[in-house]
Design a protein around this ligand. Structure first.
Ligand code: BMA
Length: 334
């Protein structure tokens, strides 16, 4: 047992790494790639579908679909980029498209993809929709730079769509998670902070961002987010949990104090960017309550870890309650 697994074994393990990790690397790719990582995930036509961020050897990223029957093995990967940057028509994609999150919008019977469009003015949030993961209909950028780590809720609240995202401003004391609303998915407003980055020694001090899309559960919206800890040895990306009210998603009910997942294995600690676990997708099996979390390891591979919804809810429900907000727009910072 190495030092890292010894350290973990003292805590309750909410997500268990798959023994075949990493499950996808650039070596699996049907065309040249530098790295593959940070994939959106969903269950589509009976298969697990990953929308994988692929970085080429210019440093620019595009997205490519990979499908598997069991979500672990025998991935069928599109022979070419499935969603390549289109800078001629969408100049905000000049430096690539990154980190997709996928949401099924039942009332529209289509998948919504939020992704980072890397523009020369900085990263911004863009939207695209698809019904088949073959053709994609861009809806354009919806948040100016710098903004990323966005995902749409699968349903409306009082007639409005809601999106979580992470703007960064030079004048603020940190990079926090925000919530915004829209009547049409094009025009967004009513912006306010949902979760503040903590300060000082906390694992989620100064910079946080949403990881996979919010997951609807009977107890509320389950939120997984990453916290970025700056250390003399570089950054550490770790994951934590929060719970939002089902009908008032601006109300944070619970926020766990401790991280629940952290770079430990070699494929998480060493790569193009050391010390990163970065999930953009998780899939709940409604029948069993099992959750599969797909995450990028060290910006160099895709790995899988599984947990149980009941364990996650139990953990987050025992976490500190958060201040009551009577309406969106009111936020508190400690
Ligand atoms: C974040 C994002 C992720 C990346 C992470 C670590 O800012 O850009 O795509 O995995 O940094 O490099």
């Amino acid at each position: 047992m190495n030092r890292e697994s010894h350290r973990t074994s003292l805590y309750r393990e909410l997500f268990k790494r798959h023994q075949d990790n990493p499950i996808l690397t650039a070596q699996h790719w049907p065309y040249p790639a530098n790295t593959v990582f940070n994939a959106g995930a969903c269950q589509f036509e009976g298969q697990t579908l990953l929308l994988v961020r692929v970085e080429d050897r210019r440093g620019h990223s595009h997205l490519t679909v990979a499908r598997s029957n069991d979500g672990v093995t025998n991935w069928k990967i599109d022979a070419q980029p499935s969603f390549a940057p289109d800078p001629a028509n969408f100049s905000e994609e000049a430096w690539g498209v990154e980190d997709p999150r996928i949401t099924w919008i039942a009332e529209r019977e289509e998948w919504l993809i939020t992704y980072t469009a890397y523009s020369p003015s900085g990263p911004m949030v863009s939207l695209a929709k698809t019904k088949d993961f073959k053709s994609f209909d861009r809806m354009g950028p919806v948040m100016p730079p710098e903004d990323k780590d966005a995902a749409i809720f699968p349903r409306r609240f009082d007639g409005r769509y809601a999106m979580i995202h992470r703007p960064v401003s030079s004048g603020s004391s940190g990079a926090h998670i925000w919530l915004s609303f829209s009547p049409d998915m094009t025009h967004w407003g009513d912006h306010h902070v949902l979760l503040f980055a903590r300060r000082g020694a906390w694992w989620d001090a100064n910079k946080i961002g949403l990881s996979p899309p919010p997951m609807e559960t009977p107890e509320g919206w389950l939120i997984m987010y990453h916290g970025v800890r700056h250390t003399p040895g570089g950054c550490l990306y770790r994951l934590g949990l929060a719970l939002l009210d089902l009908e008032k998603p601006w109300q944070v009910l619970r926020r766990a104090d401790e991280w629940i997942f952290s770079p430990e294995e070699t494929y998480e600690r060493q790569g193009d960017v050391n010390g990163v676990v970065f999930p953009c997708g998780w899939i709940l099996d409604e029948a069993t309550g099992d959750i599969r979390m797909y995450y990028g390891g060290a910006d160099s591979c895709i790995a899988l870890a599984t947990g149980r919804l009941t364990d996650l809810l139990d953990f987050v429900q025992r976490s500190p309650a958060q201040p009551i907000r009577s309406r969106p727009g009111i936020a508190y910072n400690d």
